[in-house]
Design a protein around this ligand. Structure first.
Ligand SMILES: Cc1cc2nc3c(=O)[nH]c(=O)nc-3n(C[C@H](O)[C@H](O)[C@H](O)COP(=O)(O)O)c2cc1C
Length: 187
């Protein structure tokens, strides 16, 4: 693994270069209704298997009653920074046909991930940073939101104005390794 590359070196789009997952958000920066709407629009236009659109979001901002319903389920590690974000998004996917273990789509989580990628890049375009995370009480939050049968909470995203620089340790495997790295059978 090459440990020293900067994303700007490869000539990728500035929105991709600028994105990073901050460990500090500016608590005074609000995500207004228009920005929230655009983030959801961006997610809405993601591709999905058979156009199934197997995603749903529970959104809340500081000061809103729903915010406390989510914040109380954060793990100590994420609570340190996620409470300061202007927006918390709980992501849900429809994995199963209602009331059964039959897969609704084997691509449900894949599709949700694409919708979140759209959302995070739209956030960058709006000058907002995002930090996706799993550090929360999945069982407690699922009970809290009580999603309909077939639906599952998957992850959370904190969005807002980043405070501070990108953290250390954002290493990436090289392009060459993507092509012929651990997945590839030996010649
Ligand atoms: C599905 C998913 C779960 C993650 N869970 C956590 C988490 O629980 N805590 C955390 O600090 N970061 C979490 N992250 C953020 C990653 O650690 C981060 O994206 C990765 O280190 C690369 O850094 P970058 O986003 O700044 O490029 C998660 C990211 C994804 C996509």
């Amino acid at each position: 693994m090459r440990r020293d590359q900067e994303p700007s070196g490869g000539g990728i789009h500035p929105l991709l270069v600028g994105r990073f997952s901050p460990y500090r958000f500016d608590p005074s920066a609000v995500v207004d209704d228009a920005s929230l709407r655009l983030l959801l629009e961006a997610a809405r236009w993601a591709p999905s298997a058979g156009n199934s659109q197997p995603w749903g979001f529970f959104v809340s901002r500081p000061g809103e009653p729903d915010h406390e319903r989510v914040v109380r389920h954060l793990a100590p590690s994420s609570a340190r920074w996620a409470v300061d974000a202007g927006l918390l998004v709980v992501t849900l996917t429809r994995r199963h046909v209602d009331g059964t273990e039959v897969l609704y789509s084997e691509f449900a989580d894949y599709d949700l991930g694409q919708a979140i990628a759209h959302m995070t890049l739209q956030a960058e375009a709006l000058g907002l940073a995002s930090h996706q995370f799993r550090a929360f009480d999945m069982e407690g939050l699922t009970k809290e939101l009580d999603p309909n049968p077939g639906w599952a909470v998957v992850s959370m995203v904190a969005l807002g104005k980043a405070a501070g620089e990108p953290p250390e340790g954002r290493d990436r495997r090289s392009v060459e390794e993507l092509l012929s790295g651990p997945w590839a059978p030996s010649a």
